[in-house]
Design a protein around this ligand. Structure first.
Ligand code: C5P
Length: 265
């Protein structure tokens, strides 16, 4: 179980610090790592979209690290809206109610504050909700909440402002089409259902080695989420599709970094 009320530490490794614009500061970014090949005045936008368990967040975080730029996982934002709606007893089918939550979401996305396998820490009003966002209840509620136009509009404002302020790798479903249409690097990660089930099972085992994973249930849950997210997973004509089934994570990251250097110099 994750520690509660963890405050971000100031460390050399801090690379992701972004605040909802309803807070005082939009985004703060300290670049560490990276290969330094990016021109000073060149702002990079790298959009990575894909279905559930296609490897978006692992790959996106590594690409951001290699390039030394901000990493933003937009799925966490939608999950946090669902979390607040459920916690407040709001109607998750109500566009206006969920949209109001999204517009004032006191969410901070930070580098990992606890060494427990997380890729980033999500703080809601200072409370660590990183693992709460991964619960079955949130998995079920999030596609309903994410379908609301007011929720999407509010989160798009935040996401576009983040992308306008600094170089960014942003992962999600609609980043290339809706959030960063001018990005020079647009990637859709694809993987077979079998592969995605195996990857998600391995991830769950890493987080909780004592609880066996029911592969059939997991498979059905992924199929269900694919169905629910179908209309929101958008492919643009200029998107490069990378089939990751027979590639290692490093190979996928290398390919995207290579494309980033080609397009941004
Ligand atoms: O990427 P992740 O699985 O954490 O995303 C959680 C949910 O948030 C997705 O299943 C989808 O319903 C929604 N989402 C979205 N648009 C995005 C990112 C996530 O609708 N850009």
């Amino acid at each position: 179980m994750a520690d509660r009320n963890v405050r971000p530490t100031e460390s050399e490794n801090d690379r992701i610090v972004c605040y909802n614009p309803c807070g005082n500061s939009l985004a703060r970014f300290r670049a560490t790592g990276g290969d330094g090949r990016m021109a000073d005045n060149q702002q990079m936008q790298i959009a990575i979209d894909g279905l559930v368990a296609a490897g978006k967040s692992t790959v996106g975080e590594m690409v951001a690290h290699r390039l030394g730029i901000l990493y933003v996982d937009t799925g966490v934002m939608y999950r946090a809206v669902a979390y607040v709606a459920l916690a407040r007893g709001a109607d998750i089918h109500d566009d206006a109610a969920c949209g109001a939550i999204a517009a004032t979401l006191p969410l901070q996305l930070l580098p990992p504050t606890v060494d427990d396998g997380r890729q980033a820490t999500a703080l809601l009003d200072g409370q660590d909700i990183t693992w709460d966002l991964r619960s079955a209840a949130i998995n079920q509620a999030v596609p309903i909440v994410a379908a609301h136009p007011r929720v999407r509009a509010a989160l798009h404002v935040w996401q576009r402002r983040l992308a306008a302020e600094q170089s960014v790798v942003m992962v999600g479903r609609d980043i290339a089409a809706e959030v960063m249409p001018d990005a020079k690097v647009k990637i859709m990660l694809s993987a077979s259902l079998d592969e995605r089930v195996q990857r998600r099972a391995a991830e769950m085992q890493r987080h909780d080695p004592t609880t066996p994973v029911d592969l059939l249930q997991l498979r059905l849950a992924i199929i269900e989420r694919d169905r629910n997210d179908r209309d929101r997973t958008l492919l643009t004509p200029d998107t490069l599709i990378i089939d990751t089934d027979h590639l290692t994570i490093d190979q996928v990251v290398d390919r995207i970094v290579e494309v980033a250097h080609e397009r941004y110099g």
